[in-house]
Design a protein around this ligand. Structure first.
Ligand code: 5GP
Length: 182
């Protein structure tokens, strides 16, 4: 499949994603049995994952979306952080579960966790569908991880390449080098 200048091939089919999402939800339901957590899906990339995951959550919970990004477009992280947008509710004393699509350098997640702790959250954990090698090496704490990746660029199931591909139900990975830095 070609999107703009890059070729992508199917990597994780939707049936595998579906099973993984159900198993992540199952763990969360068990771990938070006696609590009422608030889920914070990080837009835009986690919208599809968050929607499927939350349908499998059976404990009482709240949901509130946030937006923060370290990607300026293209396939490499710029490391530049924008600030957290759109969260003015009080998080004091709450058990927070961040929903991420992918943890790469971990900068986005680290910043968000720090921010939420500063706002008085009782506990902050994260669930990410995907985690890259860099985050594992840096020992970025992600309590629930769906699939571990090497350092490869992926799209689909909410993840985009320059705004394209978020609608795809499978996850694809880049199969040819482009001129975008990867
Ligand atoms: P980090 O701050 O961990 O380096 O980057 C996290 C964010 O970068 C993710 O939420 C996602 O939006 C974006 N990102 C990181 N790796 C990829 C990738 O392989 N594909 C896409 N489409 N986005 C990525």
């Amino acid at each position: 499949m070609k999107l703009k200048d890059l070729e992508f091939k199917k990597f994780i089919p939707s049936d595998r994603i579906e099973k993984k999402v159900a198993s992540l939800a199952h763990q969360i339901n068990a771990d938070y049995e006696d609590r009422t957590p608030i889920f914070l899906p990080v837009l835009n990339g986690s919208f599809m994952f968050a929607s499927d995951l939350l349908k499998e959550i059976t404990i009482p919970c709240r949901v509130s979306f946030v937006k923060i990004s370290s990607y300026a477009g293209g396939t490499t992280s710029t490391g530049q952080l924008k600030t957290l947008i759109g969260h003015d509710e009080s998080l004091f004393g709450l058990d927070i579960i961040i929903i991420e699509d992918i943890v790469d350098s971990g900068l986005t997640l680290e910043k968000l966790v720090e921010d939420l702790k500063n706002r008085g959250a009782k506990s902050v954990e994260a669930v990410s569908l995907l985690r890259k090698q860099v985050a594992r090496e840096k020992n970025i704490q992600v309590k629930y991880v769906g699939f571990e990746l090497e350092d490869e660029f992926v799209l689909g199931y909410g993840l985009d390449y320059d705004g394209l591909g978020r609608n795809l139900k499978d996850i694809y990975k880049q199969s040819s080098p482009g001129n975008s830095g990867n």
